[in-house]
Design a protein around this ligand. Sequence first.
Ligand code: ADP
Length: 162
Amino acid sequence: MKKVIYPGSFDPMTNGHVDIINRTLSTFDEVVVAVIKNHEKSPTFSLDERMGFIKGAFFHEPRVTVEVFSGLLVDFAGLHNTNVVVRGLRATSDFEYEFQLAAMNRKLNPQFETVFLMTSSDTYFLSSRLIRDIAFLGGDVSKMVPAHVNEALKAQAKEKQC
Ligand code: ADP
């Protein structure tokens, strides 16, 4: 049973994240999506909302589970009896941070492996921050996020206008 952890803030989940999870499922048996609780900045969506977005997108897929994550990634992975995490790589700007993070995790646990999946041609330009910015300025992001995330973004945008 090959299990992998996919950590992130998912604020909110985009089709880029959905793509990475779907592709991970073709190589691994099980994906634990680890939603970071202690975000550096205060997140736009609550922990429950961010977890709900992922559960809503993968309710039909029992091989995807969603969990809260705080603390060290190597410890979280150990609790799930795995030493593998998956990360998505977009442009070169992602590389430096991901390279450092993977090296640090390797220092903390020499058995630790980070698997990188290259972004897809349909999703390479998607980031949660950009999606939020566009949506809150009234732009149409319906083709870039799952339908229920789009609804939540529209509701937040409305709230912000009041
Ligand atoms: P973080 O909060 O760690 O900056 P996110 O929660 O946005 O990152 O994303 C979690 C993971 O998903 C990261 O590895 C990130 O690179 C990856 N990711 C996000 N958007 C995309 C995308 N459009 N294509 C591929 N990977 C992506």
